[in-house]
Ligand binder design. Structure first.
Ligand code: C5P
Length: 222
């Protein structure tokens, strides 16, 4: 059986990582969460008081930063220069600044090179914003996941409540809309559906429903 590449893109909180993880597990493929890489760099920059607008300093920092994505029971752990930062990179502080870090050309070039290295042997499910358009333009399967801002905010809100976290639905809506705007309007590799990507509107679908659709598309191409 051929080891193919599956690219899953879409806006913030569309459920990309949830379905990507399940698909990777089902196929015994590697799962690469590219958003976690940008988040890890953002965390490291904030910790080192690097100006997030300073492209050169960010690139310098990135070149000294090893980011490891390791599979685990709970999905994936993110290790930054040996330190487990899996939960730290999900903080509001990181989430609300990551799009600033991710807009810089030099940062993206280095990230894309690392991501392409991880995918070079195929057998990979990668999720992000520019996977189908830039990182893996020849991926056999390209998916673009969609849902309304209201729907995505509500899901994130329910998730937070379930985990016992504080959550404000209106604020979530604002944050998600703002991040989508920054990610779609940036100059370098903006969030955009690849021409040959298959769009899936997840609004009225369950996680299993989305997974099933992607698996059936994938089986036709293996
Ligand atoms: O996927 P996640 O929401 O964790 O991504 C965090 C941020 O990282 C995005 O809002 C975007 O600014 C950036 N990102 C990106 N390109 C990717 C993946 C994520 O610019 N391929």
């Amino acid at each position: 059986e051929k080891q193919i590449s599956i690219a899953i893109d879409g806006p913030a909180a569309a459920g990309k990582s949830t379905v990507a993880k399940i698909i990777a597990e089902t196929l015994s493929y590697i799962y690469v969460d590219t958003g976690a890489m940008y988040r890890a760099l953002t965390y490291q920059a904030q910790k080192n008081q690097v100006d997030l607008q300073n492209e050169e300093e960010l690139l310098h920092l990135l070149n000294e930063t090893v980011i490891d994505l390791k599979p685990s029971e709970s999905g994936q752990v993110v290790i930054l220069n040996g330190q487990n930062v899996t939960s730290e990179i999900r903080s509001a502080e990181v989430t609300n600044s990551v799009s600033i870090v991710a807009k810089h050309r030099a940062v993206r070039e280095e990230m894309v090179a690392r991501q392409q290295g991880l995918a070079k042997d195929g057998g990979v499910v990668m999720d992000g914003r520019d996977i189908g358009t830039h990182v893996l333009p020849h991926a056999e399967v390209k998916i673009f996941l969609l849902a309304s801002v209201d729907e995505r905010a509500q899901r994130r809100h329910d998730e937070n409540i379930k985990k016992g976290f504080e959550s404000n639905l209106e604020r979530l809506k604002e944050e998600i809309a703002r991040r989508d705007k920054l990610d779609s309007e940036r100059e370098v590799a903006p969030l955009k559906k690849a021409e040959d990507a298959i769009e899936i509107d997840t609004t009225s679908l369950s996680i299993e429903g989305v997974v099933e659709k992607i698996l059936s598309i994938t089986k036709e191409r293996i």
